[in-house]
Design a protein around this ligand. Structure first.
Ligand code: RB5
Length: 148
């Protein structure tokens, strides 16, 4: 699996923690910034990651900002993206099993690095269950194909 990861200035510490985790797990990733601690705009980081997931350059994406909300809103504007904002391990597991989420968003001003690590680990290792959940995800895709 190949992952694209990015954060704004509000998420740089968790981004580093998740990169360490992916190194330990042997997961290949590309880091799309941000490069510094000065204030940047989260859509400039969410959209490039979302586009790489949508066009198949990478399998999944991980986005971190202050709350995770801006990243989630921006990423979900890209056709084919199912970005899930998770601040607990249960949601991270279920959004993979039921929603086949392809981007995980987290907020560094909401949770600490230890919990972010556990959330990312579960999200990266949990498979989509398919079945009735595939029918539901397919309805979202059908809407996108018709209207976006
Ligand atoms: C930046 O101050 C902050 O607005 C951003 O990191 C994020 O929380 C937006 O949703």
């Amino acid at each position: 699996m190949k992952v694209a990861i990015a954060s704004d200035h509000g998420g740089i510490h968790i981004r580093e923690e998740i990169k360490k985790l992916m190194d330990e797990m042997g997961i290949e990733y590309i880091d799309l910034g941000c490069e510094c601690e000065t204030s940047v705009d989260y859509p400039d980081y969410a959209i490039p990651v979302a586009e790489k997931v949508a066009n198949g350059e990478v399998d999944r994406g991980i986005l971190i900002c202050g709350t995770g909300i801006g990243m989630t809103i921006a990423a979900n504007k890209v056709k084919g993206i199912r970005c899930a904002l998770c601040h607990d391990v249960y949601s991270a597991k279920l959004t993979r099993q039921h929603n086949d989420s392809n981007i995980l968003a987290m907020g560094e001003r909401v949770i600490g690095p230890g919990l972010a690590r556990e959330i990312a680990k579960v999200w990266l290792t949990t498979e989509f269950e398919g079945g009735r959940h595939a029918r539901r995800v397919e309805k979202i895709t059908q809407y996108e194909n018709k209207h976006l």
